[in-house]
Unconditional design. Structure first.
Lengths: 428, 472
């Protein structure tokens, strides 16, 4: 399919900016989380006392939501704002990477990223920067909190600046009794559960250049315990303020493989999926009737359904009276043969208006090599007989890029995926 | 002369075929290039010195650091920072070739797992990657070899395997042209038909110039730009020198996606106090990792990082020390790994059990991603095995200390000239600065002989004369 040439003879340059949103989504861009999504992230999980409960602590911390695009901050404490020098509206909705800067150790960043990927806690020493650009060493302690179905609802991130002068750090700290978890949540033993990683990174014994701008600060035990306590306290508030009793947990109750088997898309996989600006669904063939387990925002915009209305249903609800059974048969046969297919099929929105759907369906395999999902990428081509041309990549290319993103993500992140497994230590 | 026998990996379909002259196969040779059209991606390049945000920036699937400071200070708009066009283009093109059946097998159908243990070695069972052919003999004691046009090289690749041309824009804006004429000296990105993972591609700088497998300033900088422009921490580039398990003596880098950290990226490091202000680059040494190596990290400028690493590579090449290079973290972190496995194998010093698994430890294996041919090896693979394999790769402590000191000296020496001696005695003098047509470099030391095209030549349609006009 050629795009032809412009009259000036210059090869048609495709604009990288496909515009914001729209029926086809945009290529090469990612959309930030919307304000209502940030608000709902908290209100869905916690009761209205949460603001007060979190506000009474002096700690510097944020809550972030890994199931929203780009894992944004949904709550920031006063302490955090004072420490970082930002205003609240400069922080909410952004990924907390803005704290990092030129001299931040890349290896430390790998570790944080991997903790999120493995859905576990981590504690690292990292160089951060205030809004004014002043560097400071930060003992960053992050921990996930879980829903009862095993998905990560939020990450709690506590920042404890490390003063350069060690002597001033001897602060007596009240510690919780050993083995007791403040919120009383039961810590269950599961194959996928991981211990808190208490490794500290940042080149502790490094021979450092005198030319370095920032001296790496040492971290003593008290500081580590202080940070751990802060996380415990904040997590405690969250689990106690949950909207539904027992719905928010400090420890994972359902392992990653079991999550997947139940049709739950893990937060680390979701993080990859939410970057896709196309209309797509993931359907799970291992569950009865191959239900949808994830639908993108653009899909919901395109079809008029909310995500809750479609997850758990087979996508045949998009078919209607004038849908060509041939097209349906083609899709079914491709799925049975575990092959991709592209069809042009008449679908119907929630309000029963029809649209022509340029649909690409492909099997997606996990680390086991077996098909874990079918991905369907939709494109509304009602306005033109051929897939869109002009100022973005060809429609087919956009659909294929969505498939590619899903393939890379599902291969490593679906089920237990390519993650390290740790054995839980037995409690006495 | 030291040699080992190994089965060559097929990276292009035409590699298996004998080609007659005038092949008529739509390859990249002089027979097929004239009039050919390929997509073209040009990446924006900041022309002023200063902090290159791209290396650090961009969002990610997971929480990833980004630089602070106003974009105004560096004249970079936010939209450049958040540009994922190349990433999505590459995935779209690769998936397209999958649908068209151009790969020898479906790599996503290959079972893969993370081996138990804290290092997280990744093993894959891939029975289809390796041909059931007779192994061919490879010379392992000569890192620099002259290009042999009779052997397979990337000008023989079918155009359908080429995804796009890749080069610098004239300004700091990236552009994409779906159909463009093939440039005079294009850098191309092609698929690897025997992929290790999804998205496995080959970056071939100045493919038509038929450069042998050896790193030079400009090609390395191009590779860093490719990594940075893809803007994805799970998209990494690798390079194998001859003697370190490069199969094809035609300059190329490899790259693919894997949404997991490599063990080498997790490995702790200690800072080497060398060259921060001098070179504008931070240097570390790997600790608690079976292979000894250096890690170079960006400070302010990608050019500085590139210069330091390529100088070190050029030193290793000239000293005939085989090595591998891994580019990670969007081009901001580079691992340099001298190795001696092949030499030890040729001398019969490697454990037979290790040899039986038939793993050639190239850059991906050293990073901790190991492809195994036999199911039993895959079932029984452990972290201990991976460690044992890689321990055979590493230079000894004493030898590494020598090499490290010399590499760092080479990396940060300013204005030095490196004399490159070809095997047939012909010497080329390369300056430290390299060529970079549209940029004013701090130390341009262009010698008369340095007139060849650079992989970083700015892409200006029609710029290279020869009547190459731009058509729609």
């Amino acid at each position: 399919m050629s795009l032809g040439s412009t009259s000036s003879g210059v090869p048609e340059k495709l604009k990288m900016d496909g515009g914001s949103g729209g029926r086809s989504g945009s290529f090469g861009k990612r959309r930030p989380a919307k304000l209502e999504e940030l608000v709902e992230s908290l209100s869905r999980a916690y009761n209205e006392k949460i603001g007060h409960a979190l506000g009474q602590h002096e700690y510097n911390f944020v809550l972030s939501d890994p199931r929203l695009p780009d894992h944004p901050i949904v709550f920031a404490s006063e302490g955090f704002l004072r420490m970082s020098g930002y205003e609240r509206d400069e922080v909410l909705g952004r990924n907390c990477r803005f704290l990092q800067g030129p001299d931040t150790d890349r290896g430390t960043v790998v570790e944080i990223r991997d903790a999120i990927r493995e859905e576990r806690a981590c504690q690292v020493r990292i160089l951060n920067y205030t809004k004014q650009g002043a560097p400071f060493w930060n003992l960053f302690h992050m921990a996930p909190i879980f829903a009862s179905d095993g998905r990560v609802i939020h990450y709690v991130g506590v920042q404890t600046p490390i003063a350069p002068d060690l002597a001033s750090q001897a602060v007596p700290v009240e510690l919780p009794a050993e083995g007791v978890v403040e919120d009383g949540a039961v810590s269950s033993e599961l194959e996928d559960q991981t211990p808190v990683e208490m490794r500290l990174n940042g080149g502790g014994e490094a021979k450092v250049d005198e030319e370095d701008d920032a001296e790496p600060a040492m971290v003593n035990e008290d500081l580590k315990k202080k940070a751990a306590l802060a996380v415990q306290r904040v997590t405690g508030e969250l689990t106690q303020s949950c909207r539904v009793e027992g719905a928010v947990l400090q420890n994972r109750r359902v392992g990653l493989s079991d999550c997947a088997a139940n049709g739950v898309v893990s937060s680390s996989l979701m993080l990859s999926l939410t970057r896709i600006q196309q209309s797509l669904v993931l359907a799970d063939p291992s569950l009865p009737d191959t239900p949808i387990v994830h639908a993108s925002d653009v899909f919901c915009e395109l079809t008029g359904y909310s995500r809750e209305e479609v997850v758990g249903r087979n996508c045949r609800f998009l078919q209607g009276p004038d849908t060509d059974p041939e097209a349906v048969r083609e899709i079914r046969e491709a799925i049975q043969a575990e092959k991709p297919c592209t069809v042009r099929i008449l679908n119907y929105r929630k309000d029963n208006t029809p649209f022509w759907n340029h649909l690409h369906v492909a099997p997606v395999r996990s680390a086991t090599g077996k098909v874990a999902y079918y991905v369907g990428v939709q494109l509304d081509v009602s306005d033109a007989d051929i897939p869109m041309r002009g100022d973005t990549m060809s429609a087919n290319a956009k659909q294929l890029s969505a498939v590619g993103v899903v393939r890379v993500a599902v291969r490593s992140l679906q089920g237990s995926g390519l993650r390290r497994s740790f054995k839980t230590p037995q409690p006495n | 002369m030291l040699t080992i026998k190994r089965v060559e990996t097929v990276v292009s379909i035409n590699q298996q075929l004998d080609q007659a002259p005038g092949c008529g196969r739509d390859c990249l040779g002089n027979c097929c290039i004239p009039g050919a059209k390929l997509p073209l991606y040009t990446f924006g390049v900041k022309r002023t010195s200063g902090f290159n945000k791209r290396a650090h920036s961009g969002s990610d699937d997971h929480c990833v650091p980004e630089d602070t400071g106003d974009s105004d200070d560096y004249g970079n708009s936010d939209s450049q920072q958040d540009n994922y066009f190349l990433d999505e283009l590459l995935l779209a093109q690769w998936e397209d070739r999958m649908v068209r059946g151009l790969f020898r097998y479906d790599v996503t159908a290959c079972e893969t797992k993370m081996l138990p243990g804290e290092h997280g070695f990744i093993a894959q069972l891939n029975e289809g990657r390796h041909l059931q052919k007779r192994p061919t003999e490879f010379r392992v004691d000569q890192v620099l070899q002259t290009f042999d046009p009779k052997k397979f090289n990337f000008t023989k690749v079918g155009q359908e395997e080429v995804l796009f041309q890749f080069g610098p824009s004239e300004d700091d804006i990236s552009e994409y042209y779906e159909k463009a004429p093939v440039l005079a000296s294009p850098n191309v990105v092609a698929i690897n038909v025997s992929p290790i993972e999804y998205g496995h591609v080959l970056l071939v700088p100045r493919v038509l110039d038929r450069l042998p497998q050896r790193i030079d300033q400009d090609s390395f900088l191009l590779a860093l730009h490719f990594a940075a422009e893809a803007n994805n921490p799970y998209f990494r580039l690798g390079y194998n020198s001859l003697g370190a398990f490069a199969t094809i003596n035609h300059l190329h880098f490899q790259a693919y996606y894997l949404a997991a950290p490599f063990p080498i990226e997790r490995a702790p490091t200690t800072r080497v106090a060398y060259g921060r202000k001098k070179g504008g680059v931070k240097v570390y040494e790997l600790t608690k990792f079976p292979v000894r190596g250096l890690v170079f990290e960006i400070c302010n400028s990608m050019e500085d990082l590139s210069e330091a690493v390529s100088n070190a590579c050029i030193y290793l090449q000239n000293e005939n020390i085989p090595y591998n290079v891994l580019i990670t973290d969007r081009g901001s972190r580079v691992f340099l790994l001298p190795q001696c496995f092949a030499e030890r194998q040729a001398r019969g010093e490697v454990d037979q059990e290790i040899l039986d698994t038939q793993v050639n430890p190239a850059v991906w294996e050293i990073s901790g991603h190991i492809v195994l041919k036999r199911r039993t090896d895959f079932e029984l693979a452990t972290e201990e095995y991976a460690w044992k394999l890689l321990a055979e790769v590493s230079l000894s402590h004493e030898r590494f200390e020598e090499v490290k000191a010399a590499c760092l000296k080479a990396a940060f020496e300013q204005n030095s000239e490196v004399v490159l001696a070809d095997t047939d005695g012909f010497s080329t003098v390369l300056s430290n600065g390299g060529t970079y047509n549209c940029v004013e470099r701090a130390n341009p030391t262009l010698k008369g002989s340095q007139k060849t095209n650079s992989s970083m030549d700015a892409v200006v349609p029609g710029n290279h004369g020869e009547g190459l006009s731009v058509e729609g």
